[in-house]
Design a protein around this ligand. Structure first.
Ligand code: ADP
Length: 320
């Protein structure tokens, strides 16, 4: 029987379940047997597979996390690990694998494709940091979660005339910080893509705003920029405004996915299965100008996604 498999790998993101559901349903619709692989590439190495049917993905479209669990698998990076995974694929007649994850997971998908097992990647990460795609599954939900959390912080910093310095996720990417920062009306937004001067871009702006009557402040900082406690301390020392640091952390990864994440996940999952059903592998599914497209994995990994400096400038100009 023609068999495909689906797995989630690397960091989880809301909407991964909607993608799994779409892969399973589209796969069965196209006449495949569909296997779910537990805990990313670890499950492929160990043969931790579960047969999926139409009902095994019932009632998951609205749930955060991933019902297949996810993991990082250092062993899959080794030739021995790869060979074990290939044996499992062979034993179960798997002719293609849909891999939902980030760039690291796509490298694994490319390596497996090059050994004759067609893999198709689907971008699933809250960071929106997949170069070939305008959008990644989980980004919209994470932005909304972060926005709601900062709104709450803003209420209390307003009551106390304080400055709230909030760290949102994004070690190498400021997409989440930028959009969340605009949405909460942050005074300053600090992202790894844009160099900044704490005095000029944060302190001076706060002092100017304070003179103009503003009494509370929100500074949104992407994780990769630096330690928010130190930034808050520095702001308090230099401005005299009481400042508190908050790290939002993993709450940004959870929760029920938004409409956008569910719909994009459904479209991408369907597209991935269409590719496999045509015997095409070594591709990443992507969103380009609201269209679902796909790219060769190696080419996709070499692409660069320019940061939205235009939006960054708008944020700067309207936050006075
Ligand atoms: P993400 O997919 O979110 O970027 P990671 O970078 O942790 O997450 O990658 C997830 C998994 O993908 C790794 O644990 C590993 O099993 C696999 N992987 C990462 N890089 C490679 C690589 N160069 N070759 C093969 N597999 C890889």
């Amino acid at each position: 029987e023609k068999t495909i498999a689906v797995l989630t790998s690397g960091g989880d993101a809301p909407g991964m379940n909607a993608a799994i559901r779409a892969v399973v349903r589209a796969g069965i619709f196209k006449g495949f047997r569909v296997l779910g692989v537990r805990r990313g590439y670890n499950g492929l190495i160990k043969g931790d597979l579960v047969e999926m049917n139409l009902r095994s993905v019932s009632g998951i479209i609205h749930r955060g996390g991933t019902v297949l669990y996810t993991a990082r698998s250092p062993e899959f990076n080794t030739e021995a690990g790869m060979q074990k995974a290939i044996q499992v694929c062979r034993a179960h007649n798997i002719l293609g694998v849909v891999v939902i994850g980030g760039d690291g997971s796509f490298r694994g998908a490319r390596d497996l494709s090059e050994r004759g097992y067609n893999c198709v990647g689907i971008p699933g990460t809250i960071d929106n940091d997949i170069a070939c795609s305008d959008y990644t599954i989980g980004f919209d939900t994470a932005m909304n979660t972060a926005m709601e959390a900062v709104d709450r912080l803003r209420d209390t910093s307003q009551s106390h005339d304080r400055c709230s310095v909030v760290e949102v996720m994004g070690r190498r990417a400021g997409w989440l910080a930028l959009r969340c920062g605009i949405a909460v009306g942050a005074t300053s937004i600090l992202v790894p893509e844009a160099p900044f001067d704490l005095q000029k871009d944060v302190i001076d702006r706060m002092v100017e705003n304070q003179r103009a009557g503003k009494q509370h402040f929100v500074v949104v900082v992407a994780e990769g920029v630096g330690n928010v406690s130190e930034i808050a301390k520095e702001i308090q020392t230099r401005t005299g405004i009481e400042s508190r640091a908050t790290v939002l952390g993993h709450i940004q990864r959870g929760g029920s996915p938004t409409v956008t994440d569910r719909v994009v996940a459904s479209q991408m999952g369907y597209h991935a299965v269409e590719l496999l059903s045509k015997g095409i592998g070594n591709r990443v599914v992507a969103m380009k100008a609201d269209k679902v497209v796909d790219y060769n994995i190696s080419e996709a990994l070499q692409m660069k996604k320019p940061f939205d400096f235009n939006l960054y400038q708008i944020a700067h100009d309207i936050s006075i």
